[in-house]
Design a protein around this ligand. Structure first.
Ligand SMILES: Cc1ncc(COP(=O)(O)O)c(C=O)c1O
Length: 480
């Protein structure tokens, strides 16, 4: 027997065995009326006590799947596929465990659980904007002017035309991207954009390249879709374009996912030279690039940063962005710019998933992006983000000089820190939470140990020093 229960699963061992045996019954390995292995035999095969197998069989008995027969042992209920005398309730646990969509990283689950239940926690973990960085009075005045009756029906499946027009104008003004409203689909944030691309343009077994570390690294959606992921190490100048060629030759990668500007989590921006090289490689080998770009207009020097899409003359780049990091994540407005056939394919999928994006936030976003005041908002946002970055760095220098290293980001919302000491990631994370602050442990975003991500955009300015102080106290206790 190859399978064995695992303590790391966080599910009691007897339950794991019950699920496993149930799966085998429904696979037909043990037919109705057939005997199950004896408790003693199964216990020795799985390396557990006999009492654990008894509890697992009790579990299957309780839902009417097995019977105890004197002199024989445990058998599969003969009426397992029939209407039987015993009540058979659906085993939701089994369904929950067997769906093809993969479960999130447990640390990410824990972060969301804590943040949702503890308002007082000082939050350096989530890529959101604090209230003072959002254009609230502008949004309120747009909201007041809204004629609700016009927005109660289904919207155009590709997205509200006014919003697509304003995104097209916005992309030209701020990101030097030339496009038309028909090449844009509105999505539920950049997250759904990634998901649609993965689900519609790739198939199980395909290989893709993602950056390491990266936001993409933290997403189980690649593996849920049956894709093989290969890593492109992130350097201070961005990923090395030559690595794309070698992954293409060696592993036949079908698509490359990049977040080239003010990257999550490293804050780095790919050099122009590397960006140009990537476009060249993409069009030489026919490898599509997905540019995930939520941050490029947050540069603290107020200068535009060239996107890959702005250099793409052949339609090799699918461009993703959203309003989450520049306006408000709760609007759930994201978009993709791409060739017409791709946009049509994704629109068809979006129709099947949710019948198009909700109308209200689209209308609000359209007004906001075309407002004269949007430019002022962006200027304020960059100043606000820079202030938070400086306070965070200042607090680190004061509290943990010599313990921690980082590159100072010139835009975006993340500070990627390397600890100079070896430490127990779980213990430090737990201690920091106990002290009242939370951050993202590096293992959720990348394969190299010793890193942590501090996202300063969500933290209230007056709490930054206190939060880093609480983190420093945790470090000094755990990493002695
Ligand atoms: C690089 C990157 N892509 C996509 C997302 C998803 O953001 P949203 O769906 O809110 O637009 C994030 C969020 O942190 C991100 O950092």
């Amino acid at each position: 027997m190859e399978w064995r229960p695992s303590k790391a699963e966080g599910v009691p061992i007897y339950k794991q065995i019950a699920y496993y045996m149930e799966t085998r019954i429904f696979n037909g390995e043990y037919p109705p009326g057939g005997s199950l292995p004896s408790e003693r035999f199964l216990a020795s095969e799985m390396g557990v006590n006999r009492s654990t197998i008894i509890s697992a069989y009790d579990e299957l008995h309780a839902v009417g799947l097995v019977k105890r027969v004197k002199g024989i042992g445990t058998i599969v209920s003969p009426d397992v596929y029939e209407e039987g005398p015993q009540k058979r309730v659906p085993n939701w646990e089994q369904y929950v465990r067997s769906g093809f969509f993969q479960i999130n990283n447990p640390i990410n689950q824990q972060i969301y659980r804590i943040i949702q239940s503890k308002d007082e926690m000082i939050n350096f973990a989530i890529g959101d904007l604090s209230m003072d960085l959002q254009p609230i009075s502008l949004l309120q005045s747009i909201h007041r002017s809204m004629e609700i009756s016009q927005y109660l029906g289904y919207e155009h499946l590709q997205g509200n035309i006014k919003l697509r027009e304003s995104i097209s104008a916005h992309l030209q003004k701020y990101r030097e991207i030339e496009t038309t409203p028909s090449s844009i689909i509105i999505t539920s944030g950049a997250q759904q954009a990634l998901h649609l691309i993965i689900q519609c343009l790739l198939k199980p077994g395909d290989a893709v390249a993602i950056e390491d570390p990266s936001y993409a690294y933290s997403l189980p959606i690649f593996h849920s879709a049956g894709l093989k992921t290969y890593f492109l190490p992130t350097e201070p100048e961005g990923i090395d374009p030559e690595h794309i060629i070698s992954l293409y030759k060696r592993n036949r990668i079908k698509m490359v996912f990049l977040n080239p500007t003010f990257q999550n989590p490293t804050g780095t921006t790919m050099t122009m030279e590397r960006k140009q090289k990537i476009i060249e490689i993409s069009t030489k080998y026919g490898i599509p690039i997905v540019e995930d770009d939520p941050y490029s207009i947050t540069g603290y020097d107020h200068q535009p940063v060239a996107t890959l899409k702005s250099m793409d003359r052949d339609g090799a780049v699918l461009y993703i962005s959203s309003l989450s990091k520049i306006v408000a994540s709760g609007l759930r407005i994201g978009w993709i710019v791409g060739p017409q056939s791709v946009i049509n394919r994704l629109t068809d999928a979006k129709q099947q998933i949710d019948f198009g994006h909700p109308n209200y936030p689209q209308w609000i976003a359209a007004q906001l992006l075309s407002s004269d005041q949007f430019d002022d908002h962006l200027k304020q946002l960059r100043i606000g983000l820079q202030t938070k970055r400086d306070l965070t760095i200042g607090a680190f220098k004061k509290e943990l000089d010599g313990w921690i290293e980082f590159q100072v980001p010139a835009g975006g919302i993340h500070l990627w820190c390397k600890m100079n000491e070896e430490w127990d990631e779980k213990a430090l994370f737990k201690e920091a939470i106990q002290n009242g602050m939370i951050y993202a442990p590096g293992s959720t975003l990348g394969s190299k140990p010793n890193y942590l991500r501090f996202t300063y955009s969500r933290t209230d300015t007056h709490q930054i020093e206190e939060g880093i102080g609480q983190f420093a106290a945790a470090v000094k206790r755990i990493c002695k």
